[in-house]
Design a protein around this ligand. Structure first.
Ligand code: NAP
Length: 247
């Protein structure tokens, strides 16, 4: 199969391209650096020619209120071009529980993206993942002053990017779900504890200070971003991943 991967140079996209190629498919990475801009639509139509499926794993440059315009415009362009080129399957990657966190601009923007895809003219699959293991360092960097990291005890169920990639690649080559598949790692951690485990494994001397007002995850109510009973639980465990990952 020919699969176009928008955001195919990013964390998930680049690995999805590799996975798909390893499985014998023709996977084409698309992004601004390959001459395709999903915000303006530049280069998009020709890039989708002959594709059986298109995966959208692009990301907004910011997590603020501007992210809604990013996902609205890029998804509109994607669906229009996919329809014109006769692409039979659009796959997007969203976030478990995004609809249960109305106070976060970025999560509202991801729900908007899902809604545009659901209402669109192209058969679709929505994969919703929990927070990537690889994202934990970014989360800590937002509220670190070099000596401490302030984190709320919001419960997360993080997942390895490699497991997300495997699922996205699998969904891309199977018939459209016309629905949503939630995926999550096996373990639930309060974010402050996740921070402590991570710093400890790295020998990082910074201390985690529990702060229920710190960072974007302080806006998450209760267990809103924990996977429900229908989610697919993926194999890689955070402590095992940390143990083999270079600092
Ligand atoms: N982080 C998490 O924990 C998490 C959890 C669940 C779901 N997700 C979702 O996963 C998706 C992928 O995340 P990621 O971490 O893999 O992203 P990433 O590493 O930041 O990669 C983003 C990709 O999008 C491309 N891109 C950005 N703007 C573009 C544009 N205007 N036109 C074309 N391509 C554009 C970038 O390439 P260029 O710069 O070359 O254009 C890059 O290839 C996101 O939609 C995110 O919401 C993330």
């Amino acid at each position: 199969m020919k699969i176009a991967v928008l955001g195919g140079t990013g964390l998930i996209g680049s690995r999805a391209v590799e996975d798909l190629k390893a499985a014998g498919h023709e996977a084409v990475p698309l992004s601004r650096s390959t001459g395709v801009d999903l915000l303006t639509g530049e280069g998009l139509g020709p890039a989708l020619e002959g594709a059986d499926a298109v995966v959208d794993v692009t990301n907004s440059p910011t997590f603020d209120e501007a992210s809604a315009a990013f996902f609205r415009t890029t998804t509109d362009h994607l669906l229009t071009a996919a329809r014109e080129q006769g692409v039979g399957h659009v796959v997007v990657l969203s976030i478990v529980g995004a609809d249960r966190v109305p106070d976060l601009d970025y999560y509202r923007a991801k729900v908007l993206q899902e809604d545009v895809v659901k209402a669109g003219p192209v058969p679709y699959s929505i994969v919703r993942a929990t927070q990537f293991f690889e994202f934990v360092d970014d989360i800590m960097s937002w509220t670190s002053d070099g000596e401490t990291v302030r984190l709320p005890s919001t419960r997360l169920q993080p997942i390895a990017a490699a497991d997300v990639v495997r699922t996205v690649a699998e969904v891309a080559v199977t018939p459209p779900l016309q629905g949503t598949l939630d995926i999550a790692g096996a373990d639930v951690y309060p974010l402050d504890e996740l921070g402590r485990i991570t710093l400890d494994a790295r020998g990082d001397q910074r201390a985690v200070v529990t702060d229920h007002t710190a960072g974007m995850f302080s806006a998450v109510p209760g267990d809103a971003i924990i996977a429900g009973p229908d989610a697919r639980i993926t194999p890689t465990r955070y402590r095992d991943w940390l143990a083999v990952r270079p600092a």
